[in-house]
Design a protein around this ligand. Structure first.
Ligand SMILES: Nc1ncnc2c1ncn2[C@@H]1O[C@H](COP(=O)(O)OP(=O)(O)OP(=O)(O)O)[C@@H](O)[C@H]1O
Ligand SMILES: [Mg+2]
Length: 357
């Protein structure tokens, strides 16, 4: 059984001063989720790359089965679209146990967790997405559940107040977060296993593109698969999106619908994805720092205001790849566009800026 709470894609709660902001994830989300589900690996063998993490997961699963035990709680962290939900959904399948899915921001109060906890069967998995966004009261309610499979329910008020304890069946929480740093220490410490998922190697992305092309019954040449992979910012979800969009261009241009290098190159141009895989919003981000903040340092909130994009979205979706490719730097005083960032956009920094490189 999969019990799912569909949560608001609005990563905007704490951005009260950004009422007008458009969250780019929103327009993306409906499509992206549907694609995710269609192309999501169904077993650990289908999971490509992240070989060390996958290997460690195999060991966890083996040991759990061998001891006829309940799997320890697992935390996956890493940028969006990198495989956290994928691993979290594959694990219960491998163990042959039930999965329930909840989302941190949708759990307003401890009572919202109750149905999940009381429904959790022996050895089953409760996946909590965006676990860094759990409210403190909900988080505290979860502690004894994670530690002793017990919950304390407060009944009544004032003099009549009392707490009853309820025993739960042993179960596993799998948490996912794009911000491991925002997790409180007590929460983090309750996870037996903590795994970080990083950007993918080009060869792994090529393999993901190839396999997904087969799933989509689309032919793609080796070179074109490499091109799609190269432009997908080390992220499987982006590779999937580009593959799907490129497939549309192939259908339009080629009677066989095969994705060739030429079609891939044309698609990238139309989709405004550049040689490094940057999309329009990534370039806008760089340009704003260059033009409005003279290359930086610029504070995250100031950049967010200038772009009308929530700061959360910038931190989660845009900055990780720019940091990783060295196009920007984070300093205590704010974000700076590096020389490489300027070069990539073909802009010469103003005279005052050259000294900072
Ligand atoms: N290791 C992998 N092998 C093959 N495909 C993958 C892998 N990781 C991710 N994908 C593909 O990318 C899609 C997005 O991955 P997933 O939903 O697991 O990302 P996520 O880390 O949970 O992202 P978010 O933080 O946005 O929730 C999956 O549906 C799947 O098609
Ligand atoms: Mg996810």
């Amino acid at each position: 059984m999969v019990r799912e709470t569909v949560f608001s894609a609005d990563g905007n709660d704490d951005e009260d001063d950004l009422g007008e902001a458009i969250d780019i994830r929103q327009e993306f989300d409906v499509d992206a989720r549907e694609i995710d589900e269609r192309l999501r690996p169904q077993s650990l063998d289908d999971v490509i790359g992240q070989s060390q993490v996958v290997e460690r997961v195999r060991v966890m699963l083996y040991a759990t089965r061998k001891r006829n035990d309940t799997l320890g709680h697992i935390l996956f962290d890493g940028p969006p679209g990198i495989g956290k939900t994928t691993l979290a959904t594959v694990i219960p399948k491998e163990l042959g146990v039930d999965l329930q899915i909840a989302a941190g921001p949708a759990l307003d109060a401890p009572k919202d967790l109750l149905p999940y906890l009381t429904n959790a069967g022996h050895g089953s998995v409760l996946f909590i997405d965006e676990i860094h966004r759990l409210r403190p009261a909900v988080e505290e309610f979860l502690y004894p559940a994670m530690e002793d499979f017990r919950i304390d329910i407060a009944l009544g008020e004032g003099l009549n107040a009392r707490t009853i304890n309820m025993q739960l069946k042993p179960f596993t929480i799998i948490g996912a977060t794009t911000r491991a740093g925002m997790l409180t220490a007590p929460m983090r410490d309750r996870f037996v296993y903590r795994e970080h998922l990083d950007f993918y190697e080009p060869d792994d992305l090529i393999e993901i593109v190839r396999r997904n092309a087969v799933k989509l019954k689309t032919k793609v040449t080796d070179q074109a698969a490499a091109e799609v992979a190269r432009r997908s910012q080390g992220t499987p979800r982006k590779a999937n999106n580009i593959l799907l969009r490129t497939r549309d261009f192939a259908t339009l241009k080629d009677p066989n619908g095969e994705i060739t290098t030429e079609i891939a190159a044309h698609a990238m141009k139309m989709l405004e994805i550049d040689s490094l895989g940057l999309e329009r919003q990534d370039r806008r981000y760089l340009k704003i720092i260059m033009d409005v903040f003279q290359g930086g340092p610029a504070g995250l909130r100031a950049i967010a205001h200038s772009l009308s994009i929530p700061a959360d979205t910038l931190e989660d979706d845009i900055e990780p790849f720019l940091l990783r490719t060295g196009l920007i730097q984070r300093t205590p005083r704010g974000r700076i566009v590096t020389q490489r960032g300027y070069e990539h956009l073909g802009v010469t920094p103003g005279p005052g800026l050259r000294s900072q490189f």
